[in-house]
Design a protein around this ligand. Structure first.
Ligand SMILES: [Zn+2]
Ligand SMILES: [Zn+2]
Length: 139
């Protein structure tokens, strides 16, 4: 099986990663934790099994944001880059850190109940009040 890899990294380039996007789950997350962490009104994530993600360069700083998740960011430029769960089943990658962010598109909205009321994203994708049912990490 030939894997098609995508690459990405933080703003300053200290962190570089690659992922195999096979069967990646790609969703928006409107939750308050992602909002605070990113500083943006909404985040988008590509989630893959841990074995499909590899940090190629740099050492990410880690912040344990809840019992369910650790968020990893660049200690130099501050970019939020990825998230892991304690069981190491999956890695969520911030879609905006991909070198080619158009390569993957979201297919749903997690935590739509926490969406900022003025934010309207005109798509027909499913919206879940809390975690998307297929999420394995805190979102
Ligand atoms: Zn950086
Ligand atoms: Zn979230």
């Amino acid at each position: 099986m030939t894997a098609r890899h995508l690459t990405g990294g933080c703003l300053c380039g200290a962190l570089r990663y690659r992922l195999d996007p096979t069967e990646a789950v790609v969703d928006y997350c409107h939750c308050q934790m992602c909002r605070r962490w990113s500083g943006a009104p909404v985040t988008a994530w590509a989630q893959v099994p841990t074995v499909q993600f590899q940090l190629l360069q740099g050492t990410a700083r880690a912040y344990r944001s809840s019992p369910k998740a650790t968020r990893h960011f660049c200690g130099l430029c501050g970019s939020p880059v990825f998230m892991t769960d304690p069981g190491e089943t999956g890695v969520g990658i911030m879609l905006g850190t991909l070198d080619s962010p158009a390569a993957l598109a979201p297919t749903g909205h997690g935590w739509d109940s926490a969406r900022i009321p003025w934010l309207h994203i005109a798509d027909e994708w499913p919206r879940w009040p809390a975690d998307a049912p297929h999420d394995v990490t805190e979102k």
